[in-house]
Ligand binder design. Structure first.
Ligand code: UDP
Ligand code: MG
Length: 322
């Protein structure tokens, strides 16, 4: 029997935590009773620098029920970094780790399916939303378009998969070797390889609290996804530059011909239009290149992606060891 850790990043989730904890303890108890996972299995909440009572709640849960453990980041670092912190800590104690959100939008009963696939020898199992009826039409539409765009950019990504997945310790050790600071886990994990499969589930509504991904965060997460995994936008600019250059040569020939024919052109419109068009294009190009240089800057700094303030699991183990 393998030891399962469920890793849950939490940011200001005080309304959601009691519900999530209750649902998960029932699920874990059932899985343990069915002898599908080891009795040492746990739920690890990662507090991503919450400003509300989230950490107090995690600490209280941990003290009353040994199945719950917690990790506290030194400050808010965002969902992806909090998730990575949890995964990297959980893999030290667990054979398999499932990551999910705190809001129970992902059906916890899909874990049975994850375990079935694991028994078939998979190292990675992706949870895939079979229906997104509960998401707003806007979120659904933009998400669909975005996945299409990503695959056009050459990013390998599982359609309608977020961060609800099972990973084995072996896969997590492989992930650890990717020292990326600009994190987009759902694009990074497929790069690892290993035997993998998908399990479908129906995505529910958030049960309490509100989404921590407002439009602004969604857009920057989307840009992060493309620029941290693909260099196609830069190639696109190069191609565009070549086309513009080619067009300018044609224009030069054209103007030389009419100049030779003795017809002078007033040409104010062409000048103004081309100045604006080229200026705009250049600014856009510099912006895109700047985006990548910014990424290089952050990667070369090798700054840690997260810092731990409290690690309850480690404290427990040290206490036990005497
Ligand atoms: N989250 C986090 N740090 C953040 C923002 C969000 O750890 O800075 C967590 C949040 O608590 C939740 C998960 O990431 O468990 C997904 O967030 P949410 O459900 O708000 O996103 P949505 O489902 O609306 O995309
Ligand atoms: Mg959610």
């Amino acid at each position: 029997m393998e030891t399962l850790y469920i890793v849950i990043p939490c940011y200001n989730e005080e309304e959601m935590l009691p519900l999530t904890a209750k649902a998960l303890i029932e699920k874990m108890d059932a899985l343990i009773a069915e002898k599908r996972i080891s009795p040492d299995s746990k739920v690890m909440f990662v507090d991503d620098g919450s400003k509300d009572k989230t950490w107090e709640l995690i600490d209280r849960l941990h003290r009353s029920i040994p199945m719950f453990t917690g990790l506290k980041l030194s400050r808010n670092r965002g969902h992806q970094n909090a998730l990575l912190a949890g995964l990297m800590h959980a893999k030290e104690y667990a054979d398999i780790v499932v990551s999910m959100d705190a809001d129970l939008q992902d059906d916890i009963n899909a874990i049975d399916g994850f375990l079935d696939k694991r028994a078939e020898g998979c190292d990675i199992v992706y949870g895939v939303r079979s229906s997104r009826k509960k998401d707003t039409a806007f979120k659904r539409g933009t998400a669909r378009g975005y996945y299409k765009l990503l695959s056009k950019m050459g990013v390998e990504i599982t359609y309608d998969h977020a961060d609800y997945r099972l990973m084995s310790r072996r896969a997590l050790n492989a992930l650890e070797q990717y020292k990326e600071v600009n994190l987009f886990l759902r694009g990074l994990v497929p790069m690892l390889g290993f035997k993998s499969d998908t399990v479908e589930y129906v995505r529910n509504e958030r049960q309490a609290g509100e989404s921590k991904y407002p439009l602004k965060k969604m857009i920057s997460f989307a840009i992060e996804g493309i620029t941290s995994l693909s260099v196609k936008p830069i190639r696109f600019i190069t191609a565009l530059g070549l086309i513009v250059f080619f067009v300018s040569i044609l224009m030069l020939i054209y103007f030389l011909i009419i100049w030779a024919m003795g017809r002078t052109v007033a040409g104010w419109t062409t000048t103004v239009v081309s100045v604006w068009a080229l200026g705009g294009l250049q600014l856009l190009a510099i912006g895109v290149i700047g985006e990548y240089i910014g990424k290089i800057y952050l990667e070369t700094k090798h700054r840690p992606t997260f810092l731990i303030e409290v690690d309850l699991e480690k404290e427990d183990r040290e206490k036990k060891a005497g």
